[in-house]
Design a protein around this ligand. Structure first.
Ligand code: E4P
Length: 215
């Protein structure tokens, strides 16, 4: 399973990259705002900065919600760097835009996916990635993992190449569950990735080995 980091924070992206396990980055307008990145030029420059840190795909989200606007914005984003993936919301014009970019050979990430039907549409339009939001489903008492499982079955039934990019990951158990269900990618906060390192028996065992090595 690929690990993407879900942030626009350059220091965190670098930390994950340096760990050697990073396969890409996802951002969204809220994550950009959280880093205080304002104004079109600054936002575009920030995407390039992210691409210069990671060696994987970088999702950059369009703000427009109409087909023409999404195409214009997406083409501008795609020109920034060869590894930019145009992130497009799961709305009617978004599906049309995904189809348009697919035919032009530009990678897309269909975001804000909350149902299997939406994921099926994204795959039919040729999305490179589909982003089911696990944590936000959990927040409304709906098991986000059921959606990952349903999408995996549907995509396997028809050999769709769209990659399942589990998003809205909140903790390490989400990552493990996604891996068990066969999600292609999990995009995670740095804290969830580094939490995978931890086990008290590792700490206890290491302390014992180090103590014994001094004997
Ligand atoms: C990533 O592509 C999504 O935008 C992100 O994972 C959403 O996460 P959140 O539900 O924690 O905001």
């Amino acid at each position: 399973m690929k690990f993407f980091i879900d942030t626009a924070n350059l220091a965190q992206i670098k930390e994950a990259q340096d760990l050697g396990v990073l396969d890409g980055v996802t951002t969204n307008p809220s994550l950009m705002a959280k880093e205080g990145i304002k104004g079109n030029d600054n936002i575009l420059k920030h995407y390039v900065d992210i691409c210069n840190i990671t060696t994987g795909d970088v999702s950059a989200e369009v703000i427009a919600t109409d087909f023409d606007g999404m195409v214009k914005e997406g083409e501008l984003l795609a020109e920034l760097h060869p590894r930019i993936v145009v992130k497009i919301p799961m709305i009617k014009d978004g599906v049309k835009a995904i189809k348009y970019f697919t035919e032009k050979g530009i990678k897309t990430n269909c975001t804000l996916v909350f149902s299997a039907g939406q994921a099926l549409l994204a795959a039919k339009a040729g999305a490179t990635y589909v982003s089911p939001f696990v944590g936000r489903l959990d927040d409304v008492s709906t098991d986000g993992m059921d959606l990952i499982s349903d999408i995996r079955i549907i995509y396997d039934n028809y050999a769709y190449e769209t990659q399942i990019l589990a998003a809205s990951i909140r903790h390490p158990l989400h990552i493990i569950q996604c891996a068990k269900l066969g999600a292609d990618v999990a995009t995670c906060p740095l804290s969830a990735i580094t939490a995978l390192l931890n086990h008290p028996l590792t700490d206890k065992g290491l302390a014992q080995f180090l103590a014994d090595a001094k004997k």
